[in-house]
Design a protein around this ligand. Structure first.
Ligand SMILES: NC(=O)c1ccc[n+]([C@@H]2O[C@H](COP(=O)([O-])OP(=O)(O)OC[C@H]3O[C@@H](n4cnc5c(N)ncnc54)[C@H](OP(=O)(O)O)[C@@H]3O)[C@@H](O)[C@H]2O)c1
Length: 307
C-alpha cells in the first residue's frame, strides 16, 4: 500500500522543516510546496508553486491525507504599509489557492491544518486569552483576522478544518531563540521595555506534536491556541534564559533602544513590546500531553547544547 501523503505548503521554513522530518519519520510521503525547489536529499519531495495561482501543484492535494499551510512572508520585518500588505497577501492568497485546489479534487484531503498566530488577539495586556476571545486591534490582529477569514470562507465540506494560533516558537535552529540566546551571552539579555508584556511561547517539539495530533485524530477541529500553558512576562522569560545561560544579570533594555535597534536590524519593535497572554484551553481540555509544559524545562532542553 502507498504511504499516506501529507502536503506542507510553505514547508521549507523553520516550522515546516521540523514537520517534514517528523511526518517522514512516521512513514508518510511528505510533499513540500515551495517557490524555490532546492533538490533536497532527505526523501521529502518538493513541488513548485507561487503561493497564489492554481497550477500542476494542485494535483498533489488529490487523495492526500492532509494539507498543512504554513505559507507567509516572515513577520520579522519593519511593519511599513507596503510590508503589511505583503504579509497579509502572502497568507490570504495561499489560503485561497489551496481552497480552489481542494475544490477541484476528486478525493479531497481528509484534513486541512492552517497556521495562524496569537497576534490574532492583538495586545492582550494581562488578560489571559482563550480561543473564544474575539479578534483584537492592531496590525498583527488585522493580518490574522484576514488570514482566518479566508480560511473560514473556504468551502471544503469534505475536509476537516483546524486552525492553530501559534505562539512564540522556541527551537534550537531557527526562530528568535538563537538570537535571544546570543544577545544574552553578551550581557544584552535584560528585560525589554517595562518587562511586563507577556510571552506565550511553545517548544517546537510540542508544536510538532500538535500538528501530528490534529492531523491524525478526527476529534480535533476548529481553532486551537498552540502555546504552552505557561505564559510568562518578558522579565520572567529573560530572567529564566539568563539563569540557564549563566548570566545572572543584564541591564534592562529601554523601549527607545528597542525601537532604534529594531530599525537598525530591519525588524519590528512591536514584536518585542506587545503583550500576548494566551492559554491553550482547548488542547488542555482534550488532554493533549505537553512534553515541555514549563519554560525552565523547555529552555534547558534547547540551550543545553549551546552553552
Ligand atoms: N515561528 C513562529 O514563532 C511563529 C509564530 C506564530 C505564527 N507563525 C506562523 O507559522 C507559519 C510558519 O512559520 P515559520 O516560522 O516556519 O516561517 P518561515 O520559516 O518564514 O517559513 C514560511 C515559508 O513561507 C514561504 N513564504 C515566505 N514568503 C512568502 C511569500 N511572499 N509568498 C509565498 N510563500 C512565502 C517560504 O517558503 P518558500 O520560500 O520555500 O516558498 C517560507 O519557507 C507562518 O505563517 C508564521 O506566520 C510562526
Amino acid at each position: 500500500m502507498n504511504p499516506k501523503r501529507i502536503v506542507i505548503a510553505g514547508g521549507s521554513g523553520f516550522i515546516g522543516s521540523a514537520l517534514a522530518r517528523e511526518f517522514s519519520r512516521r512513514g508518510y510521503a511528505v510533499v513540500v510546496l515551495t517557490r524555490s525547489p532546492r533538490g533536497r536529499q532527505d526523501g521529502v519531495s518538493e513541488v513548485a508553486w507561487d503561493g497564489r495561482t492554481i497550477d500542476v501543484w494542485a494535483e498533489q492535494l488529490d487523495g492526500a491525507e492532509a494539507v498543512i499551510n504554513l505559507t507567509g512572508k516572515n513577520i520579522n520585518c519593519p511593519h511599513t504599509p507596503k510590508n503589511l500588505l505583503a504579509l497579509t497577501a502572502s497568507r490570504v492568497d495561499s489560503v485561497n489557492a489551496i481552497a480552489a485546489a481542494i475544490a477541484n479534487c476528486k478525493t479531497p484531503p481528509n484534513v486541512w491544518i492552517q497556521a495562524s498566530a496569537i497576534g490574532f488577539y492583538g495586545d492582550t495586556g494581562d488578560k489571559l486569552c482563550t480561543e473564544s476571545e474575539p479578534n483584537g486591534v492592531g496590525a498583527l490582529a488585522e493580518i490574522c483576522g484576514a488570514w482566518e477569514a479566508a480560511f473560514s470562507s473556504a468551502a471544503v465540506p469534505k475536509t476537516r478544518k483546524v486552525t492553530l494560533r501559534v505562539g512564540f516558537v522556541l527551537g534550537r535552529d531557527g526562530g528568535a531563540l538563537p538570537v535571544l540566546s546570543r544577545l544574552t551571552r553578551f550581557y544584552l539579555g535584560g528585560e525589554a521595555g517595562n518587562g511586563r508584556q507577556y510571552i506565550s511561547w511553545i517548544h517546537l517539539a510540542d508544536l510538532v506534536r500538535m500538528f501530528v495530533a490534529t492531523s491524525e485524530q478526527s476529534r480535533f477541529f476548529g481553532v486551537f491556541n498552540a502555546v504552552a500553558p505557561d505564559a510568562m512576562t518578558n522579565a520572567e522569560f529573560m530572567g529564566e534564559l539568563r539563569k540557564i545561560l549563566h548570566r545572572p544579570w543584564s541591564p534592562p533594555v529601554p523601549e527607545l533602544a528597542i525601537r532604534l535597534g529594531s530599525r537598525l536590524m530591519g525588524s519590528e519593535a512591536t514584536l518585542v513590546l506587545m503583550s500576548s497572554c494566551c492559554t491553550p484551553e482547548r488542547f488542555l481540555a482534550s488532554e493533549f500531553k505537553f512534553q515541555f509544559p514549563n519554560l525552565k524545562t523547555a529552555l534547558n532542553d534547547l540551550c543545553r547544547k549551546n552553552q
